[in-house]
Write a protein that binds this ligand. Structure first.
Ligand SMILES: [Zn+2]
Length: 258
């Protein structure tokens, strides 16, 4: 039996020995913003549901519970290096990216419209994940994660990056104060700040992440942009803009299996 078929998901990187995917909601009950697969423990879901989903995920991946690492994200630029198992959960507070060289350790981020990123440097055996909302994006969490991987021994030109489902430029309408932050931080290219909309500006977050990655030395051919929008597909993925922040989250996870 293919264990990975247990939880509805989309693979976002195809590299031998690497499992990298984003989860789909699966079974959705109309009006229940947490229905479907959700392992996010801090957005209001019932603890039992979160626990059940985590058990299911570990069984699917064939790992121990201690080897599943999920941070408490805060739209910060903080990165934790997962360097031992069990990993002290106090080191997962206020963290928005994870890096590890450890095999069979699943690192993950939760998102609902923000950009989830998976990074793999196959030769050095280093993987990473990051959560990049607009704050993380203008703060360059994507390039900071690459820098942390390099500090662990990665070569930027060998890093492959894939972005999971997130909000598309058409859906991501923002206020002037957000646009100002993008301009101030040199994310002012026309493919990032989209004009032509009637009143408010729109921003293409994945394109902004791509810029950040290119500046960090990742090759353009090694960057995979998201294939689907969370807000355009709220039955398939959680979307904070559709459901509100009190809702489940899409998990994007990476593990190097040996
Ligand atoms: Zn969309």
């Amino acid at each position: 039996m293919n264990q990975i078929s247990d939880i509805s998901h989309i693979n976002i990187l195809t590299i031998p020995g690497i499992v990298a995917f984003s989860t789909c909601r699966g079974c959705v009950i109309d009006g229940d913003n947490y229905s479907g697969f959700n392992v996010c423990h801090y957005t209001g879901d019932e603890e039992n549901h979160v626990e059940q989903c985590r058990e299911q995920l570990c069984a699917m991946l064939g790992i121990n519970r201690d080897n599943l690492i999920i941070p408490r994200q805060t739209h910060s630029l903080n990165i934790a290096v997962v360097d031992e198992i069990p990993f002290d959960t106090s080191r997962l507070e206020n963290i928005d990216a994870l890096v590890t060289t450890l095999p069979n350790v699943a690192i993950a981020v939760n998102t609902a419209d923000c950009v989830p990123l998976v990074f793999v440097e196959e030769e050095a055996g280093i993987i990473a994940v990051a959560h990049s909302g607009w704050k993380g994006t203008v703060g360059c969490i994507a390039s900071k994660t690459v820098a942390q991987m390099i500090a662990c021994g990665a070569d930027a030109s060998r890093i492959k990056v894939a972005m999971g489902p997130c909000i598309c430029g058409d859906c991501f309408e923002v206020g002037d104060e957000v646009v100002e932050q993008f301009v101030k931080n040199r994310f002012d290219a026309p493919q990032i700040i989209l004009n032509g909309y009637c009143e408010r500006s729109h921003i293409d977050l994945p394109q902004a992440c791509r810029k950040s990655l290119l500046e960090a030395g990742v090759l353009d051919e090694n960057i995979a942009l998201p294939k689907e929008c969370s807000r355009c597909n709220p039955q398939k993925f959680f979307s904070a803009r559709r459901l509100g922040i009190n809702s489940g989250r899409t998990l994007t996870i990476a593990v190097r299996k040996v």
